[in-house]
Design a protein around this ligand. Structure first.
Ligand SMILES: [Zn+2]
Length: 67
């Protein structure tokens, strides 16, 4: 849980700003979770691209069988 030192309270990860700062006082909260959560790893896009190409190819094959 993101913890704000000046406010002495926990924040919901969704309510923390995208910069990882407190929405009430603007201080940096302890957990860098929002920054890491929003950053998509490069291999995710590689897998997504491969799956899209593969499924696209299978779709072409499936349509070709019907013709
Ligand atoms: Zn605060």
């Amino acid at each position: 849980m993101p913890w704000c030192e000046p406010c002495e309270r926990f924040w919901n990860p969704a309510s923390v700003t995208t910069e990882g700062t407190c929405p009430a006082c603007g201080a940096a909260v302890d957990t860098p979770a929002p920054a890491t959560r929003c950053r998509t790893p490069w291999h995710f896009w590689l897998v997504l691209a491969a799956a899209t190409i593969y499924l696209g190819w299978r779709a072409i094959q499936g349509i070709a069988l019907l013709l």
